[in-house]
Design a protein around this ligand. Structure first.
Ligand SMILES: Cc1cc2nc3c(=O)[nH]c(=O)nc-3n(C[C@H](O)[C@H](O)[C@H](O)COP(=O)(O)O)c2cc1C
Length: 192
């Protein structure tokens, strides 16, 4: 059997991003659990705001096609999202919207979402840890026909969640991340 490949996508480009930091921690955890991990930045897939006229005139941008192919090359995907006004940031929503418009000739609609497992996590300075963004992201991915695993991680007070070795400090966060990584690997393996 080929190695299990997991793609990790942080939903923030900000320097010092709490979500990029959590994505890096999660990537390490998933790799330690035995999967091959690719950790990307959406900065490498710059996309205009979705506009149906733009799509009609010029087609889907090549970066959306490349991002979709990146998803297709992996068995599972972890998305780590910031919370903006109780929802996902436009960077992430726009990327998902464009990818959902990529239609390769030999594929059915939504196949790239349907055929792999998705996990979601969020980091925020607030007590809720981005829980509302997770609910929004779960809804969006489900609308795209993705299988989103039940386990998720909302990292509360994320600026203080790490020790000086850059490891998660609180047992509940460590346990939640471990459970998320194990379930993502397990469901991805079953969908291979
Ligand atoms: C437009 C905007 C709206 C925000 N709304 C929320 C919110 O609803 N809940 C929350 O916990 N944090 C909210 N925040 C704070 C972000 O969670 C915080 O800036 C976080 O660090 C962003 O993620 P990043 O560090 O990965 O870039 C908001 C920030 C911005 C810029």
């Amino acid at each position: 059997m080929s190695a299990l490949k997991i793609l990790v996508i942080p939903g923030s480009l900000r320097s010092g991003s709490l979500n990029a930091r959590l994505a890096a921690t999660a990537a390490l955890e998933i790799a330690q659990a035995g999967a091959e991990v690719t950790h990307i930045s959406l900065a490498d897939f710059p996309l205009p705001i979705y506009d149906g006229d733009l799509q009609s005139k010029s087609g889907v941008p090549k970066h959306a096609v490349n991002l979709k192919r990146m998803l297709a090359a992996h068995h599972g995907v972890l998305i780590v999202t910031p919370e903006y006004n109780s929802s996902v940031p436009p960077l992430l929503k726009n990327a998902i919207d464009w990818v959902s418009r990529v239609q390769d000739a030999h594929e059915t609609r939504g196949q790239v979402f349907r055929e792999r497992a998705f996990a979601i996590a969020a980091a925020s300075e607030s007590r809720l840890g981005g829980t509302r963004a997770l609910a929004a992201l779960r809804l969006i991915l489900t609308a795209c026909h993705a299988t989103v695993i039940p386990n998720q991680l909302a990292l509360s007070f994320a600026g203080e969640a790490y020790d000086d070795m850059d490891r998660l400090r609180h047992p509940a966060d460590i346990e939640a991340l471990g459970a998320l990584a194990r379930q993502l690997i397990d469901v991805s393996q079953r969908m291979m």
